[in-house]
Ligand binder design. Structure first.
Ligand SMILES: Cc1cc2nc3c(=O)[nH]c(=O)nc-3n(C[C@H](O)[C@H](O)[C@H](O)COP(=O)(O)OP(=O)(O)OC[C@H]3O[C@@H](n4cnc5c(N)ncnc54)[C@H](O)[C@@H]3O)c2cc1C
Length: 439
């Protein structure tokens, strides 16, 4: 059972991949850390949303994100819960718990942060609904990894939401998994009907590895015309797991939802679950290779790509991503491009970086503007909508989380304000995520 103290060096709000990485790092560096999570398990989108695989984080054979992210991967591989870059949510949950336990970080689950108490520009405490009551807990440094910038919002610090001009937010997706798929039959069908699939598909299938299949455009079109699928569904996309006949589907498409409100999230759950039913029926009844396939599970919650973003001392822009900008105070690197899943009347966009290049993320993007002791990482990092669409992926969220953990632990150890900690000191701790020039 969690023995709660009234004060910690560092409080991390939200236990997605960014929060886990922040909490493990700060605790490994000796800080007393409390990680608070609304669900009864850790992982956020990676587990509750069942989002897999890990997106691209390698250029020219160089892995850009290592550290805690790699520790997590290794633990999942050890538990046989990860193949290539794909993983099971159950393995992620168990592996992340192991890392948090080994680092001596305190975890408080089933707890909802609902108030931020400020003194001037500093957060003094947060209030949490836990143990059937409201508890007040203090900390020296707070890290907002709630995905929705909840601490920023509750503390009345600056934030933005959605597209700068239209306010649009990216589409939502409810993940699901199927079993008993005859993967070879599906792959053969795709090979014979390339015009019915995305151009980027590769057909030299290696059945010992994860395979991505995306398209089935003619089936989708017909089903929409016959009102067996809603118009929002544009294609069917899934990744397989070797030898198991299992597939993970990232294909439902839920529009017009603000994923930071309970009312809209309720609508999204109803729409998403109905879409999954319709897609599964189509697969089972019409698509070669799915004749005996069954629905294994749907994610605990609908996957939310975009809500609030903090405004920090630096705002990472689309140009920073597209033109692979580098910074003296870099604390993480990424190579995933701009990826916006379009809303109603909005074109989806995927813009890759020049082959072999990467961008850096400056430390200043982790420090919330006007706040003396509030950091932010993961999905709600300080960025424009375009910047966010690239930075939101799991490996980058882990890297920014780890950097926050390092900065927070240094501030506490040296009794400094977060802005008085030299970026060089932070870089020394996370050399594995940086280029030689920063060291
Ligand atoms: C449909 C979809 C597909 C995606 N595809 C990929 C992909 O293929 N590969 C990839 O790498 N990335 C992908 N992503 C992106 C990636 O999954 C997320 O952006 C990333 O996991 C976010 O991690 P995070 O830690 O910042 O936030 P989250 O995972 O959202 O975690 C935030 C946590 O904070 C908790 N929380 C929130 N508010 C409170 C509160 N008030 N009190 C207590 N706890 C709170 C939440 O319960 C949650 O556990 C996808 C995302 C979606 C939605």
């Amino acid at each position: 059972m969690t023995e709660l103290k009234s004060k910690y060096d560092v409080i991390v709000a939200g236990a997605g991949i960014a929060g886990i990485s922040a909490a493990v790092k700060a605790a490994q560096l000796g800080a007393s850390v409390l990680l608070i999570e609304h669900y009864g398990f850790v992982g956020g989108m990676s587990t509750a949303g069942m989002v897999s695989p890990f997106m691209k984080h390698k250029v020219n054979d160089e892995i850009l994100v290592r550290g805690i992210f790699e520790e997590l991967e290794n633990e999942m591989i050890y538990r046989k819960g990860m193949i290539d870059n794909g993983f099971y949510a159950s393995s992620f949950r168990a592996s992340a718990f192991e890392l948090l336990k080994n680092a001596n970080s305190t975890i408080l689950l089933n707890a909802q942060i609902n108030e931020v108490i400020r003194i001037g520009n500093s957060i003094k405490s947060i209030k949490v609904i836990a143990n059937e009551e409201e508890i007040k807990i203090d900390a020296d440094v707070f890290i907002d990894t709630t995905g929705d910038a909840q601490l920023v919002y509750l503390g009345n610090f600056p934030w933005v939401k959605g597209d700068e001009k239209t306010g649009k937010l990216q589409a939502l997706t409810l993940f699901f998994r199927m079993a008993n798929i005859d993967v070879k039959a599906v792959a053969e069908y795709a090979k014979q009907h390339k015009e019915d699939f995305f151009d980027w598909m590769e057909y030299d299938f290696d059945f010992n590895r994860i395979i991505s299949i995306a398209g089935f455009f003619s089936f989708v079109k017909r089903a929409i015309a016959e009102k067996r699928l809603p118009e929002e569904i544009q294609y069917i996309f899934f990744t397989t797991l070797p030898d198991s006949g299992e597939g993970s589907f990232n294909t439902s498409n839920i529009l017009g939802i603000d994923g930071s409100t309970s009312e809209d999230l309720t609508k999204a759950e109803l729409i998403g679950r109905n879409q999954v039913y319709q897609i599964v029926k189509l697969l089972q009844e019409e698509i070669p290779g799915f004749e005996k396939a069954i629905l294994l599970e749907t994610a605990v919650q609908v996957g939310v790509r975009e809500t609030r973003r903090a405004i920090g001392d630096y705002i990472v822009t689309g140009d920073d991503i597209k033109y692979a900008h580098k910074f003296d105070d870099a604390i993480a690197r990424g190579c995933y491009g701009i990826d916006i899943h379009g809303q109603k009347d909005e074109q989806s966009r995927m813009e890759h970086l020049p082959e072999g290049d990467f961008y850096e993320i400056p430390l200043r993007a982790l420090i919330v503007k006007d706040a003396e002791n509030l950091l932010v990482a993961g999905r709600c990092i300080s960025s424009t909508r375009e910047g966010h669409s690239a930075l939101r992926i799991q490996p980058t969220s882990a890297a920014t989380g780890e950097a926050c953990g390092a900065l927070a632990a240094l501030a506490v150890k040296d009794k400094k304000q977060i802005r008085d900690v030299s970026f060089k000191e932070v870089q020394k701790i996370i050399t594995h995520n940086l280029t030689q020039k920063n060291l």
